[in-house]
Design a protein around this ligand. Structure first.
Ligand code: PEP
Ligand code: MG
Length: 597
């Protein structure tokens, strides 16, 4: 490239979180979860806005009917009473007519008209002194939230398509990423997000190039500007000059994710004969077929919250049974571990405008499930039912000690007996706990005795142990996977598992990185569960190393006092012993793509 060309194009460096090249025009992501806006619509658009609102009502009625219809499987009368009352609000009260009247008379968008009508009804209801009647306020709120969620799905004609575009978002939630992927964008750029953010994990599963940490893109590009996204180096290029576009267009043709590698032995063993079981982290059932071809033995982690398409849209018991059967069917005899909802309160109730000040430390994961037991019991029943003739285990996220397990066991016991007395056939899923917070590590011996297996979530373990936000790229430097404290914590949990003769599966992103996997194996890990696109690489690595070598590696790094020291010890060990596996210069952190074929 000549100097003039080099000067005219702008290169911005961010964080590579998913490989590959994407070229396309910028589309700014319309965040559907932002606070509700008041918008005036044109008189010509009133009719279509009313139709849009009616479709949202129909969708909500269908969902509520589904919840009520699930009553045969749901012995809890209260749940049915609640949903029946909410159906009445939608179908027989003046509630929806009042919203339509406001859209017509004031030319308001559905969202604002709905907000106005529900605010008024809630106010009236709050004035009622009878506590039983004033409870209805909560039902109105629930109906309002359900309608709002439905409205987000019922897009009007003006909504944009992201097909072939480079989508720019401040931050993306996993559900938004899944939704977005249906549009097949060329690449994604975000302001916030780290390697272990759920959106980044999904981008890798979907093989969608993604760069995070790009601030204020609108200062350099506007809607429609052509951008090159280099997910391999974490760079974006605006106003490509000289032969830049040509170079990247030809790179575009060769995917940076490796395709299936030449045949590997059926089971995954080290050179000295130790078996390492490789499982897949799968959220999309169809993706498991590829994982199986790569050599995965079952699904080590199914993040069940991927079934929540939009905040507040918790699938009914029957819908969950169907989804769990589907995922268990693809996993077959090797089985699936279904993690119960790992979400925060705003995602459960659909009210994303009322987020907690500190959601990572808030009412979330297993604590939320135990706090909002209506949903937890629905989920437990769904898993028990789906497990009746399929291989399914239950996994609890963010366990901090034994009390969550004791409480969960009570819930399971109750639901087992309710289902049994209703004559519904159920299975006997094994129970596992995710260890991903420091107290869980310190209580590992006690926890492990109470469960059938442990899943070590290194993504959160690093976050909580080092008090560093995994979603914030500005602190990516402090997110140190090789911090000696992290290595010690992993070792503690693996030893607790070994002492109690219970399986410990490592299922954070660390398990799928060739750079970290030898450390995990040396520390005693024998089961790794990972992103589909890491499986071939890790299997190839395992079949090229010996367990003895990994143990020598651990004896060296256990002397290190900083993450930098650990990293350079690893690099020199790899260069000295495995230069054929890690060609020189290719040892990068967090890459699933660096092993020689
Ligand atoms: C983890 O924390 O390592 C994990 C596997 O769970 P998630 O990434 O869904 O938090
Ligand atoms: Mg986690």
């Amino acid at each position: 490239m000549d100097d003039a060309a080099a000067q005219s194009e702008k290169r911005i460096r961010g964080l590579s979180v998913s490989y590959g090249i994407g070229i396309g025009n910028v589309a700014f992501y319309q965040d559907e979860s932002r606070p509700i806006q008041r918008t005036k619509i044109r008189s010509n658009d009133v009719k279509s806005e009313i139709e849009r609102f009616r479709r949202a009502v129909q969708e909500s009625v269908a969902e509520l009917s589904d919840l009520v219809a699930g009553k045969d499987a749901d012995p809890g009368e209260t749940i049915n009473d609640i949903f029946s009352l909410q159906l009445l609000i939608l179908e027989q009260s003046s509630f929806t007519a009042n919203v339509e009247a406001l859209i017509t008379s004031e030319h308001l968008n559905s969202e604002w008209a709905l907000k106005t009508v529900s605010d008024e009804s809630i106010l009236k209801q709050s004035a009622v002194t009878d506590p039983h009647l004033s409870e209805k306020r909560l039902d109105i709120e629930d109906v309002r939230d359900r309608l709002h969620s439905a409205l987000k799905g019922v897009k009007n004609e003006r909504s944009i398509s992201y097909d072939g575009k480079v989508v720019f978002a401040r931050e993306l939630k996993p559900s938004a990423m899944l939704e977005l992927s249906k549009n097949k964008p060329a690449a994604v750029i975000t302001e916030r997000g780290g390697w272990t953010s759920h959106a980044s994990i999904l981008a890798r599963e979907l093989r969608m190039p993604m760069v995070s940490g790009i601030r204020n893109l609108s200062n350099f590009a506007s809607e429609g500007t052509e951008v090159i996204v280099d997910g391999d180096s974490g760079t974006i290029i605006i106003g490509a000059a000289g032969n830049t576009l040509e170079t990247y267009s030809s790179r575009l043709k060769t995917s940076s994710y490796q395709e299936e590698l030449p045949a590997l032995p059926a089971s995954s063993q080290t050179v000295d004969g130790h078996q390492i079981i490789i499982r897949a982290n799968v959220d999309i059932p169809e993706a498991y077929e590829q994982a199986r071809r790569f050599g995965a033995e079952g699904i080590g982690l199914f993040r069940s919250e991927s079934l929540i398409s939009r905040p507040g849209r918790i699938p009914s018991e029957d819908a969950q049974v169907k989804a769990y059967r589907e995922i268990a069917d693809v996993a077959g005899d090797a089985g699936v571990r279904i993690r119960t909802f790992d979400i925060s309160i705003d995602r459960l109730n659909g009210n994303e405008t009322q987020t907690e000040a500190n959601p990572s430390l808030g009412l979330r994961s297993i604590r939320l499930s135990l706090d909002e037991q209506v949903h937890f019991r629905i989920q437990i029943r769904a898993i028990l039912r789906a497990a009746s003739d399929r291989k399914i285990d239950i996994l609890l996220p963010m366990v901090s000690g034994v009390s969550e397990i004791l409480q969960t066991k009570e819930v399971i016991k109750d639901e087992v007996s309710r289902l049994k007395s209703a004559g519904i056939s159920i299975g006997e899923p094994r129970l596992g706990a995710m260890i991903e917070v420091p107290s869980g590590v310190l209580m590992a011996n006690e926890i492990v005795r109470m469960v059938d297996f442990i899943a070590l979530g290194t993504n959160d373990l690093v976050q909580y142990l080092l008090a560093v936000d995994r979603d914030n790229d500005s602190v990516a430097e402090w997110y140190q996977t090789l911090h000696p404290a992290v290595i010690r914590a992993i070792s503690t949990v693996l030893s607790a598992g070994a002492a109690a003769d219970k399986k410990v599966i490592i299922c954070g992103e660390m398990a799928g990185s060739p750079f970290y996997a030898p450390v995990l194996i040396g520390l005693g890990a024998r089961e790794l569960s990972m992103n589909i696109n890491s499986i071939s690489q890790i299997r190839r690595l395992v079949s090229s190393i010996t367990l003895v070598q990994t143990e020598t590696l651990i004896s060296k790094i256990s002397l290190c006092e900083t993450s930098d020291e650990t990293e350079s010890t690893l690099r020199s060990f790899y260069a000295d012993h495995w230069s054929d596996i890690f060609p020189s210069g290719s040892i990068a952190l967090n890459t699933a793509n660096q092993i020689k074929n």
